[in-house]
Ligand binder design. Structure first.
Ligand SMILES: *Cc1c(COP(=O)(O)O)cnc(C)c1O
Length: 353
């Protein structure tokens, strides 16, 4: 499908000072429309603008929305590259399947990303640790209120230059294990990257934040016994010499960072287990000094060391509240590949311009 480009006649000033996350947007956006008759059509890049939607649009009433998140990185020699974008497009199709939204040819999705990032290349920041965050999203736009599978849909990509996640180095975070609310259940939408999962997470997130924690660690929705993931990150623990991460049982988001770290760890000869991990096992490993390190992993932060876990008002400190050697090594390896400082022997890098 051809992508029609209409350039803005009023380009914006690039932001000065700290970028933060998701505050500034580039000059354009990618848009395409879906109807059952025409399939996906009218792929276009147009000046960034507000959307005009019918007030009855499905997305506003029944939450038919999915999204992705990935970054474009500028390398030392000025090139621009993305990290495993095909994985994002494949995952978006899995999310679409779960929510009965129309799927997009994954290869075309990557082409759309490339074309869009190339047009916005001046927006990919150059400072250490910065990147252009890309947000593809897809939603139902049928203009009537009957509850039904979506027919009309829209897919967009918007982009935001973002700052280094850690202004002052990798600082360990405090995480609260949530024992009341649950984020997802098996058979539900936990494995889909959909806005609704975030809506369901807000209350626990707000409660944790009010108590001074950065995020919550979710437990499984049935027994509230097994750990699942942290906020918008997957989670891993180094217990003795085994790296343990919750298995993808259906209620956990299959992170691309998670998948990449597992591949790197196995490649380096570490023992990695994707399995059920109970809070009791974690408490026991902490009490007996076998819990060496813990970290969250996701596109935004890459790797986020966990310095403290709190469960039922008991605080458990991990690695003296400091970043562990393996956590640091994983951060260095992944960011090294993403910014083109470490050889990409896995073929994960997708050059743009
Ligand atoms: C996006 C996301 C992650 C991390 O996935 P990556 O592909 O590594 O960025 C983890 N958990 C949730 C709930 C997410 O939405």
């Amino acid at each position: 499908m051809e992508i029609k480009i209409t350039k803005t006649t009023t380009p914006k000033e690039k932001p000065q000072g700290p970028l933060g996350f998701g505050k500034y947007f580039t000059d354009h956006m990618f848009v395409m429309d879906y109807t059952p008759e025409k399939g996906w059509h009218d792929a276009r890049i147009v000046p960034f603008a507000d959307l005009v939607l019918h007030p009855a649009s499905t997305v506003f009433h029944y939450g038919a929305e999915i999204f992705e998140g990935l970054k474009a990185y500028r390398t030392a020699n000025g090139d621009i590259q993305m990290f495993r974008p095909i994985e994002n497009m494949n995952r978006m199709n899995q999310s679409a399947e779960r929510l009965c939204l129309p799927q997009i040819d994954a290869e075309f999705g990557v082409e759309a990303l490339k074309t869009f990032v190339e047009l916005e290349k001046d927006w990919v920041p150059t400072e250490e640790g910065t990147s252009l965050y890309l947000r593809p999203f897809l939603f139902g736009a049928d203009p009537f209120l009957g509850v039904h599978a979506v027919e009309k849909a829209q897919f967009l990509i918007i982009a935001s230059p973002v700052g280094a996640y850690y202004a002052t180095g990798l600082a360990p975070v405090k995480i609260m294990i949530e024992s009341e609310d649950v984020r997802a259940v098996r058979g539900g939408t936990g494995y889909a990257k959909c806005g609704g999962n975030y809506a369901a997470s807000n209350r626990a997130g707000a409660k944790a934040e009010a108590k001074g924690f950065s995020q919550v660690l979710w437990l499984d929705g049935v027994e509230r016994k097994y750990v699942e993931e942290v906020g918008a990150m997957n989670v891993m623990f180094l217990i003795d010499d085994e790296i343990v991460t919750p298995a993808l049982t259906g209620s956990i988001l299959p992170g691309i960072t998670r998948k990449s770290i597992i591949e790197i760890l196995k490649d380096k000869g570490y023992k990695v287990s994707e399995r059920l991990l109970s809070v009791d096992e974690i408490k026991d490993a902490l009490a007996t000094g076998r819990m060496k390190e813990a970290w969250g992993c996701g596109t935004a932060a890459v790797v986020s060391p966990i310095g403290q876990l709190t469960y039922e008002d008991n605080d458990y400190i991990i690695n003296n509240g400091e970043i562990g050697a393996l956590t640091q090594e994983l951060y260095d390896t992944l960011t090294g590949i993403q910014w083109g400082k470490v050889e990409d022997k896995y073929g994960w890098i997708c050059p743009v311009a």
